[in-house]
Ligand binder design. Structure first.
Ligand SMILES: Nc1nc2c(c(=O)[nH]1)N[C@H]1C(S)=C(S)[C@@H](COP(=O)(O)O)O[C@H]1N2
Ligand SMILES: [Mo]
Length: 154
């Protein structure tokens, strides 16, 4: 089939629309799927974590809803498994019990600024490492998923 210049134009338009599409966080539990964009995540009550991290010198301020709040809609608890997935294909699995007591937030901002994918954004699971030094080790750093794209609940 011969492609008209017009269809090439629309193909290009589609490409650029998806390239600039708003980043989203998908949360799945069986057939139930919730998709939040940044603005929606910022309509939840916001929690701020000021902490040193393995990733930056000095302390940074991270802001976003608590993980607990984001998952609340699903009404799940206990030994249920949860998998975080990131844009770079990183994934880590835990149970809700393991995660819910950590004070984790889904950070949408660092020092008040949105985070680009290049800056490990747009969403980053952040833990209050400075306030809770017991979390400042590899066991818990694994859960600090940057470029978070999806959360899957068993
Ligand atoms: N998206 C993403 N998040 C991630 C990782 C990753 O590879 N990709 N590595 C995890 C692991 S295993 C650890 S220990 C911490 C710190 O990783 P780093 O020391 O490689 O920066 O980030 C976690 N978050
Ligand atoms: Mo790690």
């Amino acid at each position: 089939m011969k492609r008209s210049p017009l269809s090439a134009f629309f193909a290009l338009l589609l490409l650029s629309v998806s390239a600039f599409a708003a980043p989203e966080l998908t949360i799945r539990h069986g057939a139930q799927t919730l998709v939040f964009d940044r603005e929606e995540l910022e309509t939840f009550p916001q929690t701020t974590i000021v902490t040193a991290t393995p990733y930056f010198d000095g302390t940074r301020e991270f802001t976003g809803p608590t993980l607990r709040r984001v998952l609340e809609a699903f009404g799940l608890a206990g030994q249920r498994g949860l998998t975080f997935r990131a844009l770079n294909d990183y994934q880590v699995t835990a149970t809700l019990d393991e995660l819910m007591g950590l004070g984790a937030i889904v950070a949408t901002r660092m020092d008040g600024n949105l985070m680009s994918v290049r800056n490990r954004g747009p969403f980053w699971i952040m833990l209050p490492l400075s306030d809770r030094p017991a979390l400042n080790n590899e066991t818990f750093h694994r859960y600090m998923v940057w470029q978070l794209s999806a959360i899957e609940l068993d």
